[in-house]
Design a protein. Structure first.
Length: 174
């Protein structure tokens, strides 16, 4: 499996990955998340053209990550891996690619928002070196991200903002 920049031809597959990955939420009582539409081709194209969309590929895409800059850090907007390929390291490899991008941009950290109690969300990111950011320490951009999520109804379940410093001197999980 290799990590590479997303290509225009990949974008419909990213939507399929998102739909498949979302099904796991149905089993834990979060059907609204499973039923949510994946990012549109237009949105995915914006990330792809900006050079902030990567895929984990094994023949074709099996996972993807979208990122944007928020207050000088690289914010992981979405990372999804097809359920048939979870547990093979694609998510971790995509996060490492986002970190490489952060270093290239001069960012000091990766940030993300996620569900606090979903096993493949906050607990997964904790194991990859992310820590919860106290609500009082959110930057204006991260506060805006959280407000947008709340307006979209994602705050029906506990959510957290997480951060992981980037760079060679930062400790990494085993």
């Amino acid at each position: 499996m290799r990590i590479r920049a997303a290509l225009p031809a990949d974008l419909p597959f990213l939507q399929e990955i998102e739909r498949a990955a979302g099904e796991g939420f149905r089993a834990i009582g979060m059907a609204a998340i499973a039923d949510d539409d994946p990012p549109s081709i237009e949105v995915l194209t914006d990330y792809e053209r900006a050079g902030r969309a990567w895929v984990a590929a094994d023949g074709g895409p099996v996972g993807y990550l979208l990122a944007r800059l928020v207050d000088g850090d690289v914010h992981v907007e979405q990372v999804s891996v097809h359920p048939s390929r979870q547990g093979e390291g694609a998510g971790s490899a995509l996060l490492e690619r986002a970190e490489q991008y952060a270093v290239e941009c001069g960012a000091k950290a990766l940030t993300l928002t996620t569900f606090a109690d979903v096993p493949w969300n906050a607990p997964y990111y904790r194991r990859r070196g992310f820590a919860v950011v106290d609500e009082g320490e959110l930057t204006p951009g991260l506060r805006a991200v959280r407000e947008h999520e709340a307006a979209a109804g994602l705050d029906r379940w506990p959510r957290v903002t997480m951060r992981r410093p980037v760079g060679r001197d930062q400790p990494r999980p085993p």
